[in-house]
Design a protein around this ligand. Sequence first.
Ligand code: URA
Length: 182
Amino acid sequence: RSTPEMLACEQCSLHLTRGRVVPGHGNPDADIVFVGEAPGAEEDKQGQPFVGPAGRRFDRQLAAAGLSRAEIFVTNTVLCRPPDNRLRDFPDAQLRCPPLWLHPVLQQVKPRVVVAMGRTAGALWFPGMGAHELSVLARNTGEYLVVGSLHPSAALREGGDWNALDDSIVRSIRRAVELLAA
Ligand code: URA
């Protein structure tokens, strides 16, 4: 799902500091698309989303909900890493990146369900909602259903091997899968 234009994008200030643009990855015909925040250090090196610590956590949460990466498509609200992961300092990226790259890729993949993981992705469809409010929200855009969720690394920040936040994320993923079956 990447194009030469995407990989060379200079439409916001993050192009000055990024290593690589990180396009979405996974099944181009997926019924379910997961949207995170922005690439971290490892993603910025490898050019793939969710391959660092948050990605390992995400893989376990997916598996617990009975899904694998091969079945899904995963991408981010913003495709370039913000310095020190401080996306909040780059409102230009948050404003410009989704219409340029996220919305078009959703139109290509045509998922039936989108899982918005964390406040940044959540703000695209549920403006002003806190992370925990998000995990009980769902919405029909007319093109797809959006399910809110905590961000996979919320559980990482909490520490521990597996905790209540992981369980909340797994419940959100299961809800998305149930909506697919409905
Ligand atoms: N966190 C995200 O939101 N996205 C990634 O790709 C990696 C970590």
